[in-house]
Design a binder for this molecule. Structure first.
Ligand code: DAH
Length: 331
């Protein structure tokens, strides 16, 4: 039995040295010092030992128990702080949490929309996959018009015999608003438009437009210009200016190109930002609105153009490559 004590002690101390977790330490305690553990076993055997050996054996057993209890306590106290900080080097620099930020296009859209919202415009939406009626016909772009060429549009498989395409302009939402909303109305719509352009520094097959439409009794060109000037002041600052140059769009008459004078790196510069005009009576008629009773103005602004000039972005492709090193510069 003496020998058993020696062997047990050696084994217990060795396995205690391999204990690496609080759970393993507890398992070790149960194995050796627990109510049904190895020490308890030896105590039970001790009862049947020859009487003359009992004093020495009893002493040895008590020593063994004391030695294992001590070893357990010292292992426990040496482990406690280590367990709390296991694998943690408190001197190591912390992990930097990389905060995301809004894409420059989203930020530009938010700013533009906020300005129009403050001017009483309601934000509306329309689908990106459109039919030819909303993208062309109702907008006074008749069949056979060069804008409807298959090569100038992303046509998609027809559904129920109706040709579908990715919208080429947000002017489609003018038609959707007039079809579904009561008059008078004052709406802006923002969204993606698609054109099969070859990608280069200023062209991309997808970009964003902000469309505006106001239809009321007696709306005039003066209201259009006032609205654009108010927008320019709200978005680009009080010193911003608006210039309109005569132009042509099938859905407006008269029509104009819109330039705004905005501050670019401290310099006020004219930038062409979109088109506008008085809604053509043919457009109102297409959606059943009487052009004798109602008039309207409309405008469409290019979001990328505004963002690129404002931030000095030389290549439109950078906006869509999602290179974090580029995007991190904004906001
Ligand atoms: N839809 C035109 C384009 O994509 C932009 C535009 C011009 C929109 C005049 C309008 C407008 O609402 O009145 O080039």
């Amino acid at each position: 039995m003496r020998q058993t004590c020696d062997q047990l002690e050696a084994k217990a101390i060795e396995s205690l040295g391999q204990v690496a977790s609080a759970a393993a330490l507890e398992a070790w305690r149960v194995d050796y010092l627990g109510a049904n553990g190895a020490i308890r076993d030896l105590m039970n055997q001790f009862k049947g030992a020859p009487k003359d050996q009992k004093p020495a054996l009893g002493k040895r057993l008590n020593e063994l128990k004391g030695a294992l209890e001590e070893a357990f306590e010292s292992r426990k106290s040496s482990m406690e702080p280590a367990a709390a900080t296991a694998g943690l080097d408190v001197t190591e620099p912390g992990v930097e949490v990389g905060l995301g930020r809004r894409h420059p296009i989203s930020r530009t859209i938010d700013g533009i929309v906020d300005a129009f919202r403050m001017m009483g415009f309601q934000v509306v939406d329309g689908p990106e996959v459109e039919d030819e009626w909303h993208n062309f016909t109702a907008l006074n772009i008749p069949e056979g018009h060069p804008a409807r060429e298959r090569t100038d549009n992303f046509f998609m498989p027809s559904i129920g015999g109706v040709a579908r395409l990715l919208r080429t302009q947000t002017s489609t939402v003018q038609i959707r608003a007039l079809e579904s909303m009561p008059l008078p109305l004052k709406v802006v719509a923002v969204g993606r438009v698609y054109r099969p352009d070859t990608h280069d520094a200023t062209h991309y097959s997808m970009f964003h437009q902000v469309e505006g439409l106001s239809v009321d009794r007696g709306v005039s060109m003066a209201d259009l210009k006032t609205t654009l000037i108010q927008f320019a002041h709200a978005y680009f600052g009080e010193e911003a200016e608006v210039r309109m140059r005569p132009s042509f769009f099938p859905f407006t008459e008269p029509s104009a190109e819109v330039d705004m004078k905005m501050q670019i790196k401290g310099q006020w510069q004219w930038v062409e930002i979109g088109g506008c005009g008085m809604v053509d009576p043919a457009v109102l008629q297409a959606v059943g609105v009487d052009p004798e009773a109602w008039t309207g103005f409309a405008f469409g602004l290019g979001v990328e153009r505004i963002a690129m000039r404002k931030h000095g972005i030389a290549d439109i492709r950078w906006l869509f490559e999602n290179d974090a090193r580029f995007l991190r510069q904004f906001g």
